[in-house]
Design a protein around this ligand. Sequence first.
Ligand SMILES: [Mg+2]
Length: 174
Amino acid sequence: MPVSLIPDRLYGRYTDLTPRLLADQGIRLLLCDLDYTLAPRSMERPDETLRAWLDVCRDAGVTVMILSNNRSTRRVETFCGELDIRYVGHAGKPSPKGYRQAMAVAGEMPEHTAMLGDKLLTDVLGAKRAGIAALMVEPLGGPVGIWNHVLHALQSPFKWIAKRRCKKNYEQIS
Ligand SMILES: [Mg+2]
């Protein structure tokens, strides 16, 4: 069966995603990509903004985990160790396997789980295949390198459709 590449929701950056917005969608487990989603690639350690956002999520009862394809587990370990959150490294996104592994670790069901990421062909596609909500952000710190610029340009039409759908839904309920 074909899987949609249209994200369910779009945000500018991760801090736009509040516990209230997550609660409205019934989300209790938020899986997050690391690079360009929670941290620019150049950021070596978690900053105060990320720590504060995680505290707010925690206080609201939302579990945050990292789901990363990063080749260096050391980077993921550094972040998760300092932030005291769990992770699935070498997640193999868009395979749904890592997503399922994370849900099993957290003891959460797909209908209460979302993935937050900046890439369609890994984060969003994997979320769709795993049957969870796909939330997308603009790349934090902006795309770096030619390949990332091309990739993000290719993602634009899909994001445009998602934006239109969200606007339509909003207009229907307001
Ligand atoms: Mg990323």
